[in-house]
Design a protein around this ligand. Structure first.
Ligand code: ATP
Ligand code: MG
Length: 312
């Protein structure tokens, strides 16, 4: 549905996007994840035809955006980082204006506006001036303008930025409900957003793609070694000394005191056989093992590891 091949964008000497390639299949929801200045917005602008790449090609449904700009633009709805809303217009008249610009046939304008407003839950405020709406509702108007021409593809640049937790969940649900109907690329630097809404994630840093993977695999496959949480009744220093003697085991976090003589530890292990070694040490020393569990590797762990090249 969307295919980028060796896309590079330079601004003067600065390389904002550095030879990236990826494919998005029809109906996928892709999370485009990266820290500030990673190149997310630049990539999205290239896909939407806002500006051309310096090098490389982009195909939308098999058509090259450089050769068929109008055709490909018709298939895309775009919600930019800051949606330029006309604050003095009512929701309805703004959407009508956008529908006309986007070339929605006159006979269909009315029904498209009604449908878009219904889809994002703003029918109630159709006659309200945009300037009087809360940020969350303005964001919904931004989403409505992106889907006004019923595009197959939606490009959403940080759609939940600046919203309160309740509105964030609502916007995420709106996006999730479009699953299957539309192909969506959503940029964010909020990790839970990706696990909650997306099937796949593309992580970009300093203009380069560092990984593209199904979300569920990302936290699974990158788990070389694991983290272990332990609560042990034992003298702290002695316990740490003994544990450090085991090959492949190291502490990852500060030790916390649970109560007198009982401490919790976070350890990282290289091999699952290390769990046995730890338990053996505890038994041998006649210490009390109160809790032992494997800690789930989160998307955040993976992201930080990839972006900062830190060890998990
Ligand atoms: N029009 C421009 N002229 C010059 N440099 C630019 C321009 N647009 C972006 N850049 C630079 O390109 C790099 C990538 O920017 P981009 O906006 O794509 O990042 P981003 O991943 O969207 O970041 P953020 O999370 O902050 O929105 C940055 O270093 C930015 O300063
Ligand atoms: Mg951006």
């Amino acid at each position: 549905m969307i295919e980028l091949k060796n896309v590079t964008k330079r601004f003067g000497n600065k390389i904002a996007v550095d030879s990236i390639s990826f494919k998005v299949e029809k109906g996928d929801i892709i999370g485009f994840l990266g820290p500030n200045a990673a190149g997310k917005t630049t990539t999205m602008r290239i896909i939407t035809g806002f500006f051309p790449p310096t090098e490389g090609s982009v195909k939308i449904a098999g058509y090259d955006i450089a050769k068929d700009p109008l055709l490909t633009k018709e298939k895309i709805g775009y919600m930019p980082e800051n949606v330029p809303l006309y604050k003095e217009l009512t929701v309805y008249s703004y959407l009508k204006f956008i529908a006309e610009i986007k070339g929605v046939p006159k006979s269909k304008i009315e029904s498209r506006i009604e449908k878009a407003m219904e889809e994002v839950g703003i029918t109630k405020v159709k006659n309200t001036i945009i300037g009087k709406l809360s940020k969350g509702f303005r964001q919904r108007v931004g989403l409505a303008q992106a889907i006004i021409n019923d595009p197959e593809i939606l490009i959403l640049d940080e759609p939940t930025v600046g919203l309160d937790p309740v509105q964030i969940i609502e916007i995420r649900n709106l996006i999730k409900n479009m699953k299957g109907e539309r192909t969506i690329i959503l940029s964010t630097h909020i990790l839970p957003e990706v696990s909650m809404t997306c099937d796949k994630v593309i992580i970009i840093n300093e203009g380069k793609i560092i990984t593209q993977e199904e979300v569920k695999n990302l936290t699974k496959t990158s788990q070389k070694g694991a983290k272990i949480y332990l609560e042990v009744e034992a003298p702290k220093t002695q316990f740490i000394n003994e544990i450090n003697k085991i090959k492949g085991v190291s502490e990852t976090q500060e030790v916390n005191k649970i109560e007198e003589g009982i401490y919790s530890y976070s350890l990282s292990i290289e091999d699952s056989k290390n769990i046995k070694d730890i338990v053996n040490k505890i038994v041998k020393n006649d210490w009390g093992l109160l809790e032992l569990r494997k800690q789930q590797v989160t998307l955040e762990d993976v992201f930080l590891k990839l972006v900062t090249k830190e060890e998990l």
